[in-house]
Design a protein around this ligand. Sequence first.
Ligand SMILES: Nc1ncnc2c1ncn2[C@@H]1O[C@H](COP(=O)(O)OP(=O)(O)OP(=O)(O)O)[C@@H](O)[C@H]1O
Ligand SMILES: [Mg+2]
Length: 355
Amino acid sequence: MPIQKIEMISFRNHQKKVVTFSPGINLLWGENGSGKTSVLEAVYILSNGKSFKTNRLIETVNREKKEAVVSGVFGGKTTTFYQPTNGQKKIKINNVVKKTKDLIGQNPTVLVSPEEEKITKGPHTERRKYFNRLFSTVSKTYLNNLIKYTNAIKNRNHLLKQNKQPTEIKIWDAPVAKYGALLWLEKKHLQQSFNREVLLVCEKYNNDININISTTTPKKPTENDLLEKLELNIQKDVFLRRTLVGPHTDKYTVSFKDKPLREYGSQGEHKLSFVLLKVAEHGFIKKETNKNPTLLLDDLFAKLDNSRGNAIFDLIRKSGQTIITNTDLVGVEAHGINPNNPNNKTIHLLRNWKN
Ligand SMILES: Nc1ncnc2c1ncn2[C@@H]1O[C@H](COP(=O)(O)OP(=O)(O)OP(=O)(O)O)[C@@H](O)[C@H]1O
Ligand SMILES: [Mg+2]
């Protein structure tokens, strides 16, 4: 569902600011530090319950204030996020308190920003987090199993850290094996679907390259196999004080022309793979949920060249709603997006305004 309006109070540099969006292309422009990325961050928080800039949401509260409030209207439903400096975040949908998990998947977004480049450049944990987030967006079952699995692992690791006896630690083996196997099974199917999308995108834009994602997820995961592995590994777990088998240790490798990108990729190959993965992410969410995600493009135009540009502009055309940030409109026009087109909306942000 496109976002129609957002209100930010004491959020980052925005004291009190309302922005209305078009369901098409929105060009958010203004000088450095005017708060463009912060608007994207606010939209992202309403979609995902978390920020892409920080793991500490408290940092989003304006430095002179005690609480940030962000409220967004998505097709008649109002989602509000409250973050006090002295407590936990709170989420409400139409004034009813909800959990983060109720938010995820409702109004999906695809974020193309420098922060997301860690998907190809960063360590395995980054790709694991990325796929967990993506699969949770398209499947409530995946999300619920992930929450239960993470909780079981947390409890098991807590006992391991306290040097408890194996008999005590093993209490958590059954839930770890149950939810771990369920996660693995669904992950396999979703990963295949995502990989198909990547293949389609590569064929369309760069027929001479192939990007492939491989994972350490077992071919035929079963609860019993995982249970056996947990038992086999117990001495190692005790020694290292953490659980060493299960989906939380999965590794993902992105290959570019059959070579692991992280180890061998050039800057250009990273950038191209990143953009193509994002195009695939958009198609994947659409295919799995029938929802058209809002595309959030931060700091992009300065860096585009032709091979990446074509894929991105096609994505903008396919996407229902897009919010693009840039310091000026000239750069956007230079890439063929007309700010005067009545379907597009321009939003100008000024630095240091207090309204
Ligand atoms: N918690 C906060 N309280 C007050 N101001 C903040 C807070 N967090 C960030 N800022 C400031 O808000 C301003 C807007 O940041 P933002 O990243 O949104 O700008 P931007 O328009 O995207 O800039 P650029 O074009 O350089 O990317 C910055 O000056 C930043 O220092
Ligand atoms: Mg910015």
